[in-house]
Design a protein around this ligand. Structure first.
Ligand code: DLL
Length: 454
């Protein structure tokens, strides 16, 4: 285990500033080991490699990874619950699961070594974002099967912080405890953090006057507008943290103070961006789907896992001194994309247009429906508390016009009264897709998607 370095801003300076050549050599070595363990211990990988006519011995260079098969969420489902595990069950000491939108959950597992590594990487991520050992970390990520709560908890403890293990919900109590225990760092989804700011306001508490100074927000897409709102209302510096259960949980990548993308920890993960249609790897800098291969995971090695997250990578040197690749802010998932009358729309684009819009609050929902053969989009946005009822229709028309001119999509806009858009307790539900409502479909079909909120 790494110990805290004398340079307070880097927890693992040797690892975080490794030359790109040294990183590539380490990756090649670790990748060979991972492919071999997967091939030898996981029947699914053996079958998938055989079907592509490759064996671990075919990897002589990192670029050879392109010949190996992808892994998707459906492979986890098809091998539910333990079929992709590469170690005997007695070596697994923890499982987590995500509820997903339909059917069986996705189960992931960890050896004691995996948990140790995760705590290290989450501690490294927190330190990179600016959290320090003397911080009091109020952790509002959900505890339980969701990886957010226990992942952030272990990282904060490993860094040496005092952790308040709150989980989500019971928001008034959370606000009181933030004040009483003098929390200096907040871990939460950005939508829940905004909910907390609102509840604090209603309690007459100004969180900007509290000792809170830093926020570590992730688990869902959020915009620069949302960042501005969170910084203004909570009085924190808001940093982005990324991760996913299939790969580990939170701590796969994090923003450093330069805020020019999230450093993805390449000593433990190999990042590719592929064209979502052709699945061909794209050159550094191109936008596409993020694909991640684990390099050190023992219980659940993942080979070329298709995250569905849309982003691009940058290996330009970062002023912070860290050499690890930067993953640009994830703005959405390719399975989130809506096609409205031929225009591709990501919910995050709507958020980028709307958050901070005069006369509204940053709470919104998108309703997708179908009229005949055409998909329709309507946006429900909430009126600011000081907006008079007579002003609603003008705000609706302005938002509609703005969305049309910025994104090119025509949508209906309804302005709801303050408090009428449901508040997030974890991951926000931004889209209600009525096209898949149960009463619109035949027997055996699935219902409308629900959030995989913790
Ligand atoms: O959300 C792990 C996590 C917990 C990350 C706490 C950060 C903080 P899952 O529930 O498996 O794991 O969901 C993973 O959430 O593929 C993205 O689509 C989305 N996501 C996670 N972090 C971000 C982020 C956790 N910073 C899925 N920005 C991922 C945008 C994010 N999307």
């Amino acid at each position: 285990m790494n110990v805290i370095s004398p340079q307070p801003w880097m927890l693992h300076p040797d690892d975080e500033t490794m030359s790109r050549d040294a990183l590539a050599a380490l990756q090649l070595n670790r990748l060979r080991g991972t492919l071999t363990r997967a091939y030898e211990n996981v029947p699914h990988y053996r079958r998938a490699f055989d079907a592509r006519g490759v064996t671990p011995a075919d990897l002589t260079d990192l670029s050879d990874l392109r010949h190996f098969p992808f892994t998707g969420k459906s492979d986890l489902r098809d091998n539910y619950p333990y079929g992709l595990f590469a170690v005997p069950r007695r070596e697994v000491v923890r499982v987590h699961a995500s509820s997903g939108t339909t059917g069986k959950p996705t189960v992931v597992g960890y050896t004691a070594g995996d948990l140790d590594c995760w705590a290290d990487l989450m501690a490294r991520s927190m330190a990179t974002a600016g959290v320090r050992p003397d911080d009091v970390v109020h952790n509002s990520y959900g505890y339980g099967l969701f990886t957010g709560g226990l992942g952030a908890h272990a990282g904060a403890e490993r860094l040496g912080c005092a952790v308040v293990p709150m989980s989500g919900g019971n928001t008034e109590r959370q606000i009181s405890l933030i004040m009483d225990l003098e929390a200096t760092a907040l871990c939460a989804t950005p939508s829940y953090a905004l909910n907390m700011a609102e509840v604090a306001d209603s309690m007459g508490i100004d969180l900007r006057r509290s000792p809170l100074r830093i926020g570590l927000f992730g688990a869902e897409p959020w915009s620069e507008g949302m960042r501005a709102q969170l910084e203004e209302r909570l009085g924190v510096r808001a940093n982005d943290v990324y991760g996913l259960s299939e790969i580990m949980g939170p701590g796969v990548a994090v923003e450093c103070p330069q805020r020019c993308g999230l450093h993805g920890w390449e000593d433990h993960f190999l990042f590719e961006v592929v064209d979502p249609e052709t699945l061909e790897p794209l050159p550094m800098g191109s936008a596409g789907e993020l694909v991640i291969t684990t390099l050190t995971k023992e219980a659940l090695p993942m080979i070329r896992y298709r995250t569905r997250d849309i982003t691009r990578l940058s290996d330009e040197p970062c002023a912070c001194g860290r050499t690890h690749v930067r993953i640009m802010r994830v703005t959405g998932r390719n399975d989130d994309m809506l096609i409205i009358r031929g225009v591709n729309v990501y919910p995050s684009q709507i958020e980028a247009v709307m958050v901070g819009f005069p006369g509204t609050t940053p709470h919104y929902q998108l309703i997708v429906d179908r009229e005949g053969v055409l998909d329709t989009l309507s946006v429900q946005v909430e009126a600011a508390p000081d907006l008079a009822a007579e002003g609603y229709s003008k705000v609706a028309a302005d938002v509609r016009h703005h969305i049309k001119s910025m994104i090119g999509v025509t949508c209906g806009v309804t302005v709801l009264r303050p408090g009428d858009v449901p508040r997030s307790q974890g991951k926000a539900v931004r889209v209600r897709d009525l096209r898949r409502a149960p009463d619109r479909q035949g027997p055996g079909s699935r219902g409308a998607p629900v959030s995989n909120a913790p």
